[in-house]
Each structure stands twice: as C-alpha cells, then as structure tokens.
Ligand binder design. Structure first.
Ligand code: IPE
Ligand code: IPE
Ligand code: MG
Length: 250
C-alpha cells in the first residue's frame, strides 16, 4: 500500500498560520433522512430516496471544486438494528445507484470504492460493487468512497488481523503497520468531517482516521443539504487553524 503524505508542516513545533486551502479529503455522515421525511408526514424511506439526490449533487460539487477524496457514510455496522423493511429499502437504493450511476461516474473520471464488511451483503450486490470498482479503478479524478456496513471499530480490528496474518509480521504492531491495513489506506486522512442532521457524534465512523480532522456539524437534514451548504462547510474549514498538537504560528 502506498504511504500517504500527511499534509503537516515541515517544522514539528510550529504549524502553518491560520487558514487552509481546499480540503483534500471530505468525509460526510449523511444523517437526517428519516426526520426530513417524518417532518413531512412521509415514510422514512422517502427521506432516503431524497437523500440519494443529495448524494448526486454533492458528488458533482466535489468534482467541480477539484476535491480529491469524498467519503460518504451510507450504512453503518449498527444500522442493521433498524426495521427489516427499512434495511431492505436501503439495500435496494444501493442497487439502483450502482445500476444507474456507475456509467456516469466513469464518464466523469470518478474512481469508486466501497468499503466495509461487504460479506454481509447479498451476493449479487457484492458482485455489482466489484464490477463498479473494477470499471472505475484507473480513473484519476475524484475518489468517491462509500462506506457500507462500515464501523470504525470493525476497521481497526480487521486492520490488526491483517497485520497479524502477514508472514513478515515481527510481533509488534506499530501505528504505521496498522494504518497501512485500514480500509481507506489509499486516501489521506480526512481534513474535514461534515455531519448533517443535528447530532454531534461520530457514530463509529472513521475513528482512527479522524484523529486530526476538523469537525463541522449542521442541523440541516441530508435531503436539504446542497452545494451552498457544502461551500459553507468548506469555508468554515478554511478558517480553522490546524495545529496537530503544535503551537500557533502567531
Ligand atoms: C441517515 O439518515 C441515513 C442512514 C443512516 C442510512 P437517518 O435514517 O439516520 O435519518 P434520521 O437520523 O433517522 O433522521
Ligand atoms: C450514522 O447515522 C450512520 C450513517 C449516516 C450511515 P445514524 O443515524 O445511524 O447514527 P446514530 O444512530 O444517530 O448515532
Ligand atoms: Mg440518523
């Protein structure tokens, strides 16, 4: 796995002055679909269907803004606790998106990755994921990662197990060895985490990778989130001072 350049300053004691450029990697917890629908006296799944439209808009916006990595939390390892009908509609939406959007993604030079414990998905869905990843693997534009049956704790444990299973493993786990086996080892760590829907928690998303991410929480429900809202999140990020444990340059 390639080592990823973490964009910290050369001087270990002093960080860059306040002000960041565009985030290289944006991660989003797309929350609030159910409440968006309930507020309108619609079934929760209507919120998920509307949420898919937001995904299209935000992917487009990231492409046009030159964002390198966008990572979307679509289904958590805990979301199986939902009613079976809701889970089944979510799986169906996933199928529809894979069937209908991969061609467009490919045309837009998007590389699609789906990460999580996919072994729990139906075989046909797993096959569709593999085909979509293979088709777009050589694309050089936006890397779009969809986290499905993903949990940050699962990720850390599976990475440990992969380190242990390596024949060259010498008996001590290091941060670097572990990081190289995480599901998103191909991406730099997220610069910006956005969570829509008003909750201020991580819900077992990218635990290891968000050690130094900037967090942005908004009350806007995911179906109402749009390009302007994304720009507001990016503007907030650009105004933060990232210190990475160092001291201020001022
Ligand atoms: C997020 O919206 C989508 C998924 C978790 C799949 P929710 O379905 O969690 O919506 P709320 O939080 O209940 O409003
Ligand atoms: C987090 O949202 C997971 C996804 C957006 C896929 P949840 O709605 O599942 O999170 P909790 O249950 O409110 O923490
Ligand atoms: Mg929710």
């Amino acid at each position: 796995m390639n080592k990823v350049n973490k964009s910290k300053t050369g001087n270990p004691n002093i960080t860059d002055a306040k002000g960041n450029g565009m985030p290289r990697h944006i991660a989003i917890i797309m929350d609030g679909n159910g409440r968006w629908a309930t507020k309108r006296f619609l079934p929760r799944v209507a919120g998920h269907a509307k949420g898919v439209k937001t995904v299209r808009k935000i992917v487009e916006a990231c492409v046009s803004r030159g964002i390198a990595y966008l990572t979307l939390f679509a289904f958590s390892s805990e979301n199986w606790r939902r009613p079976a009908e809701e889970v089944s509609v979510l799986m169906q939406l996933f199928r529809i998106v894979l069937e209908g959007e991969v061609k467009k993604m490919h045309a837009n030079n998007i590389r699609l990755k789906v990460v999580g414990d996919l072994s729990k998905f139906d075989a046909d869905l797993q096959a569709m994921v593999q085909a979509a990843e293979a088709k777009t693997a050589a694309n050089t534009g936006l890397t779009l990662t969809v986290c499905a049956n993903y949990g940050g704790q699962w990720d850390i444990v599976q990475a440990c197990n992969r380190v242990l299973a390596n024949a060259q493993y010498s008996g001590t786990i290091t941060e670097q060895l572990l990081a190289e086996e995480l599901a998103l080892a191909y991406a730099p760590e997220p610069d910006l985490l956005v969570r829509t829907g008003g909750e201020a928690r991580i819900s077992n998303f990218l635990l290891w990778q968000m050690a130094y991410s900037e967090f942005y929480f908004t009350d806007t429900f995911w179906p109402d989130f749009g390009k302007e809202a994304l720009d507001a999140a990016i503007a907030s990020y650009q105004n933060r001072e990232r210190r990475f444990g160092g001291i201020s340059a001022r």
